[in-house]
Write a protein that binds this ligand. Structure first.
Ligand code: GUN
Length: 376
């Protein structure tokens, strides 16, 4: 990792970080890494500072996973540690990116009288999907992207979805088309994703886009938003990827697989850990960079992490929390409390990768509109 310059050191802010664990009083002084916009800022590893962490027994049993709370369930302990630990602030980075996009869209509108358009198709009544779609729509409005939405009932036919895709494919005011996943089980996901024309495939899920991502010397028209957001975070914090050992945990089409391809394109040496991997801990422990995208709360423990590793936690897992008015809280795939004692940097959950996914969707939609209208 590159050493931090004096000027960037001066920029480093100290902040008080409080773990959101309901029964944890962990208080960690952590640097929120600065980032240079739109360029890079050197990322510092190795300086030390003192912190005191007090953890308490977590009495809540999780219905989600046996590992949901184990990383904060140790007996009350007081730990004083010397280490370097940085928060990778996805919320802040995504805000900057959205401001950049907003400015470009205003310029585009002035120049050719066109704004980018994004069509979202939602099928069924899944609450999480409805929330994601609502957030995408809100984000579009905030930056000046026109959003089009089709909500279909759970029992819709595949043909109905294909008809809407076809109509958006032909609509010149639509530059991006997104079909929210997962689809109801009676639908063939492949048929539906294949129907989105690749010039408007802002999710990057069309097999031609994924195929190009996998091939040397080929360029996809779009890169899937969540993995693109992970890599963008590494770039914006000037975290080197070339020659690094990277481990991606999870091999989903949406995140794990494309994330591994992207890391490889950036010359990392990449391993993928999945449900059939023997000794995942041993493999993960060799990584300089970990991208965890497995959907298992707190699965990656402190013992899995090489000292100084950088962690991008894609997991957003609800776990029961009776002290929270909503009855649950969100945790990542990585046990944050333990990771913060070993890693050099980590994305928080929430506020890490989540906001980046939406920022990358807006970015892909703008890229599409510019390409369609031959703008630089
Ligand atoms: N469901 C979960 N993540 C995504 C995503 O990035 N795109 C779509 N279309 N559906 C999702």
């Amino acid at each position: 990792m590159a050493a931090t310059t004096t000027s960037s050191m001066a920029l480093m802010k100290m902040m008080r970080f409080t773990d959101s664990s309901p029964s944890s009083t962990a208080a960690v002084s952590a640097r929120v890494l600065p980032f240079r916009n739109p360029g890079r800022l050197h990322f510092q590893l190795g300086s030390t500072f003192r912190r005191t962490i007090t953890t308490h027994r977590d009495s809540i049993s999780s219905s989600n996973s046996a590992t949901a709370f184990c990383c904060s369930s140790a007996v009350t302990a007081s730990v004083t540690a010397e280490s370097s630990f940085n928060v990778i602030d996805g919320k802040k980075v995504s805000k900057e990116i959205k401001e950049e996009i907003c400015a470009e869209i205003a310029e585009m509108k002035d120049a050719i009288g066109v704004v980018p358009g994004l069509a979202v198709i939602l099928v069924g009544e899944r609450k999480d999907s409805a929330t994601y779609v609502r957030n995408k729509k809100k984000a579009c409005e905030a930056v000046g992207i026109k959003s089009y939405e089709v909500c279909l009932p759970e029992n819709s036919t595949e043909e109905e979805v294909l008809k809407h895709i076809s109509s958006f494919n032909d609509d010149p005011s639509v530059h991006g088309i997104l079909v929210q996943l997962p689809l109801p089980s009676h639908m063939n996901e492949q048929n539906i994703l294949n129907a989105v024309c690749i010039e408007k495939d802002v999710d990057g899920f069309h097999p031609l886009n994924i195929g190009r991502l996998a091939m040397r010397g080929r360029e996809p028209l779009f890169v899937p938003c969540t993995p693109k957001g992970c890599i963008e975070l590494l770039h914006r914090y000037d975290i080197g990827i070339k020659g690094k050992r990277a481990v991606v945990i999870g091999r989903s089409n949406i995140v794990g697989m494309p994330a591994a391809l992207l890391l490889q394109r950036e010359d990392a040496t990449v391993s993928i850990v999945h449900s059939r991997t023997k000794d995942p801990e041993e493999i993960t422990k060799q990584a300089d960079i970990i991208i965890a995208a497995v959907g298992q709360p707190n699965m990656v423990r402190g013992s899995w992490i090489k000292p100084g590793a950088v962690i991008i936690d894609v997991g957003i897992n609800p776990v029961e929390d009776t002290t929270n008015p909503r009855g649950y809280r969100l945790v990542g795939d990585v046990c944050y409390e333990e990771a913060s004692k070993v890693a050099s940097a980590i994305t928080p959950v929430p506020g890490g990768v989540g906001p980046m996914t939406i920022a990358m969707l807006l970015s892909n939609t703008l890229i599409s509109a510019k390409r369609i209208h031959n703008l630089k």
